[in-house]
Design a protein. Structure first.
Length: 558
């Protein structure tokens, strides 16, 4: 009986978590700027997938599997080099403004490629324009993903935002190739590019209406060489192997996707004989599975740890790809690709969520730029490897190799993956308390979450002195419960209660304590060490402004 009651209790807890996750997911679309960002992201993802399929089909008709591999490389390698360079803009300019520019660039490059295809321009011109369009695509995702923390109102909402990203990307994996297949059935690749240029024009309009409360930490760049700015994302990964592991696993996911890019076209044309539309529908099968996998990622919003979901995703992605080598029918192949798509979703959402929690906001765009470049170079390497494997062995051998590449990290990186996990989530009450402090209120959600992770509880009995006038400042405090009295030169100047803070003047002005704070009643406090406090506040202009206003008010006795 007890076991039954425990099982019912666990079931209720799971259902409660799912209901809470679904509520937070709905809240993402209720925030106007988040909604605009996500809707604009739909156009980007549709364009990315539909045009990639279109140019691969064009290349296959021009020169077979070898041309497909070559086109993948000439599109992806320049994009991989460009992504880390362009991502500097996201950390040195307003991210929402740069996002508008990025979408606008896409409209121009997609329209130019469409014109070349529709006018039957030489293949070399088509490939060059398609390369420029693919390179321009790398501007969008790092800007979008580093902008979300400034738009989300809580860490839960930010995680939900990345889940929505996953849903959009995976829906686009299905809908983009399906749309490309439908257009290709009645027209040609040029029409695909033209339609996607129109979708990106709508994305540009949506992005132009986004506004944030934060400003970039432009002052950090003064006196720093340009190459140092570009390499900052690499330096973050070089100093900390945890985000490096996340980037490595996400790159492995992309490498296998590159293998599938080539293998699916070969399967459609040479194994199943389904031609252009078959290539589109097999890619759509990945998207269908990925979309179903997105439903599972909703539960990640309430999960305390993500490493287990990452392992499941790697296996769910890798095993069907390996097994695909032994399947003979197009229906079975579509089912295996759908399962792989579900695994791809889990890997992508868990990896990106872990990464943004491990990286400081002031370098977030550049780290996502490194990831975007790694995505591109890995996908190009996968496509090149697939072309070689198909020529030397066969398409089945290429698929088997790709599946094993994904399974290996589950066996070799278990301990390191656990270290890269974000660990237990910060209690919502603690986050709410810190968010109520004017100094912390402007912080992006991941930065606020990091503040909460580093904050620790301190108790003081009635009559205890918490800080003493003239002492060196070492901590910042927020009152959770109780009442404290502030005195200066022995004279009372203020009384502080729950939700109020003290200790910031000595830390920010680098001066001795300017007042004494004594517990009138028993106090429960949250404390933050000097370095953690300064690391959180100094990069954010809005937080510094709030700090200055608070200090001025206290100096005036208000």
């Amino acid at each position: 009986m007890r076991t039954d009651r425990e099982e019912v209790g666990r079931t209720r807890n799971v259902l409660a978590e799912l209901r809470g996750s679904a509520r937070v997911l709905g809240d993402v679309l209720a925030v106007p700027d988040l909604r605009r960002a996500e809707l604009a992201f739909v156009g980007f993802n549709m364009a990315e997938w539909a045009t990639f399929i279109a140019v691969l089909v064009y290349a296959f008709e021009q020169g077979g599997a070898g041309a497909v591999g070559l086109v993948s490389v000439i599109q992806l390698v320049p994009a991989a080099v460009f992504a880390p360079l362009a991502s500097v803009l996201g950390d040195r300019r307003r991210r929402e403004a740069m996002l508008v520019v990025a979408y606008g660039v896409q409209v121009v490059t997609m329209s130019s490629t469409a014109a070349a295809l529709l006018l039957d321009a030489p293949a070399v011109i088509v490939y060059a324009l398609a390369m420029v369009a693919a390179t321009g695509l790398t501007l969008v995702r790092p800007l979008h993903e580093s902008l979300l923390p400034a738009l989300a109102r809580s860490p839960d909402q930010l995680t939900a935002g990345y889940v929505v990203d996953g849903i959009i990307e995976n829906l686009s994996v299905m809908a983009g190739p399906a749309l490309a297949g439908a257009i290709l059935a009645v027209s040609g690749p040029g029409s695909v590019y033209a339609a996607m240029a129109g979708a990106l024009a709508i994305s540009t309009i949506l992005a132009a209406r986004i506004r944030t409360r934060t400003t970039p930490a432009a002052g950090d760049a003064r006196g720093r060489p340009a190459i140092g700015e570009v390499l900052a994302g690499f330096h973050v990964l070089g100093r900390d192997r945890r985000p490096l592991l996340a980037v490595g696993l996400l790159s492995t996911e992309s490498f296998v996707l590159g293998i599938l890019d080539v293998a699916i076209v070969v399967l459609a044309f040479e194994v199943f004989g389904s031609g252009q539309s078959g290539a589109g529908w097999l890619n759509a099968a990945i998207g269908a599975g990925a979309l179903l996998g997105s439903v599972a990622t909703v539960a990640l919003i309430a999960r305390r740890r993500l490493a287990g979901a990452m392992r499941v995703g790697l296996l769910l992605y890798g095993l069907p790809v390996a097994l695909l080598a032994g399947l003979s029918g197009q229906g079975g192949a579509a089912a295996a690709l759908a399962a792989a798509g579900a695994g791809m979703t889990l890997v992508d959402v868990t990896g990106r969520t872990m990464l943004q929690r491990l990286v400081p906001d002031e370098t977030l765009s550049r780290v996502f730029g490194v990831l975007e470049g790694a995505y591109m170079i890995s996908e190009a390497a996968g496509a090149a490897a697939a072309a070689i494997l198909v020529a030397v062995l066969d398409v089945e051998g290429a698929l088997l190799a790709g599946g094993l590449v994904l399974v290996a990290p589950c066996l070799l990186a278990g301990r390191r993956l656990a270290e890269a996990d974000v660990g237990p989530r910060v209690p919502a009450v603690q986050l709410k308390l810190l968010h109520s402090v004017p100094i912390f209120a402007p912080l992006p959600a991941p930065d606020l979450e990091r503040v909460a992770q580093h904050a620790f509880a301190v108790s003081a009995a009635a009559g205890d002195v918490v800080i003493r006038e003239g002492d060196e400042g070492d901590r910042f405090y927020v009152i959770r419960s109780g009442v404290a009295v502030v005195t200066r030169a022995g004279a009372p100047v203020a009384t502080l209660g729950p939700g109020e803070c003290f200790g910031e003047i000595a830390l920010l002005r680098d001066v001795p304590r300017t007042a004494t704070v004594t517990a009138r009643t028993e106090l429960e406090l949250l404390a933050l060490e000097r370095r953690r406090f300064l690391d959180a506040v100094l990069p954010h202009r809005a937080s510094l402004q709030a700090s200055d206003e608070l200090i001025e008010a206290r100096s005036a006795g208000r």
